[in-house]
Design a protein around this ligand. Structure first.
Ligand code: NAP
Ligand code: G4F
Length: 348
């Protein structure tokens, strides 16, 4: 039986990947960090909490990563843990550099010392292309990061390539474009919208405050994307791959489609609030997944319209169950109202 170690198993991708690998017959280990309140809702939601071996470790403690390798003795490591929110990276730039950037080296060093035969997947990101593009992006497009998060991810991208070339480690970068699902964190724009739309439709809320409505993203479906991670590590040679849908839509369009889904007019509920604008934003992202299609046989199954339906219907369903007094693992009722959050002043 193959063994996999997933960092970030409590996050969106970690949970879906764990489910996928369990279904493939893997023994799955995941690292989680000690929190004052446990955060296993996604694993519970997918019904896999009892099927996973959990190891306590933190990305800023390299010895805990080495220890996690020794305990799990994996064939494959999927390195997904990170400070993954671009907005927060402007507020915690140093922490993001350590957790999202330098920790990739800690994990690769641990692999090099423990067992360099372990295959390694690095969760790279389309954010590394940065702002200023208007063309479809592939593995050869230039990188110009536009946030502390993107700079940290670009460091992670290069260190992964360096360990592949210098030490012959089977290490791949998945340059994943945005991918969403009902398990997405509530601070990301898609889930922020689908959750608010569900609440507005049920009369629990009336307005939704957003930032840059003109930003364009290539949004795919997270369960499709975790399969690509696995497929990269099964190929004969390690490489870097863009994973995307090849379609791009504005935040405004995402909003409009979500409100359409419940028969409401988005313009009656959405207001722009500069607290949700970033000091610099990436205004356009669209990915060309030709290499992934040709080399590992990956293609997206769910595209924009279906993604909107999946997300709005699931949030609606959850709030209805919640109104009926049902208890189930879920994040939204405990999420702070964003209007109470203070963000840094935006550059005018
Ligand atoms: P996510 O839901 O935010 O999950 C991040 C995970 O990292 C969580 O399990 C979190 O643990 C863990 N983590 C954060 N800091 C840690 C630390 N110091 N030590 C140990 N664990 C820590 O992110 P995601 O959407 O699943 O994304 C997975 C990866 O892909 C990330 O690296 C992200 O940057 C990258 N990526 C995501 C997308 C996307 O569109 N989703 C696109 C490109 C790349 P807690 O649960 O304890 O917070
Ligand atoms: O949903 P977002 O926060 O995702 P973003 O910044 O694209 O980053 C996500 O995708 C990356 C891959 O490209 C990952 F690497 C990263 O880890 C993360 O998963 O914002 C999307 C767009 C941005 O342009 C943002 O400015 O939506 C715009 N936006 C407008 N109003 C908003 C809001 N974003 C958020 N989070 N909240 C708003 O109210």
């Amino acid at each position: 039986m193959k063994r996999a170690l997933i960092t970030g198993i409590t996050g969106q991708d970690g949970a879906y990947l764990a489910k996928f690998l369990i279904e493939k017959g893997y023994e799955v280990y995941g690292i989680y960090r000690r929190l004052s309140t446990p955060n296993f809702w996604r694993l519970q939601y997918l019904g896999i909490f009892d099927k996973i071996n959990l190891i306590s470790a933190d990305l800023i403690d390299e010895f805990s990563l080495l220890e996690a390798l020794k305990i799990s003795d994996p064939d494959e490591v999927y390195h997904l843990a990170a400070q993954s929110f671009v907005g927060a990276s402007f507020e915690q730039a140093v922490g993001t550099a350590q957790v999202t950037g330098v920790a990739v080296t800690s994990m690769l060093e641990a692999i090099r010392h423990y067992n360099p035969e372990i295959k390694f997947y690095q969760a790279s990101s389309s954010e590394i292309y940065g702002d200023g593009h208007d063309e479809i992006l592939n593995e050869n497009s230039p990188f110009k990061p536009s946030s502390p998060y993107a700079a940290a991810k670009l460091y992670g991208y290069w260190i992964t390539r360096i360990y592949r070339e210098a030490y012959d480690i089977f290490a791949c970068n998945g340059i994943l474009f945005n991918h969403e699902s009902p398990l997405r964190g509530l601070e990301f724009v898609t889930r922020k919208i689908s959750n608010a739309v569900a609440k507005i439709a049920l009369g629990l809320e009336n307005r939704l405050l957003l930032g840059n409505l003109d930003a364009k993203r290539d949004w795919g479906y997270a369960p499709d994307y975790v399969e690509a991670m696995y497929m990269m590590l099964q190929h004969e040679v390690p490489d870097d791959y863009v994973i995307a849908t090849g379609e791009t839509h504005t935040v405004r369009e995402f909003c409009e489609r979500c409100f359409d889904e419940v028969g409401l007019d988005w313009q009656e509920h959405v207001k722009v609030d500069k607290r949700f604008m970033r000091p610099i934003d990436v205004n356009f992202l669209c990915g060309d997944y030709t290499r992934a299609k040709e080399k590992i046989g990956w293609e997206p199954r769910v595209k924009f319209d279906e993604l909107v339906k999946i997300m709005v219907r699931e949030d609606l369903n959850r709030w209805e169950r919640w109104q009926n007094g049902e208890k189930f693992p879920w994040d939204a009722p405990n999420h702070p109202n964003e209007t109470k959050l203070i963000t840094r002043t935006v550059r005018s």
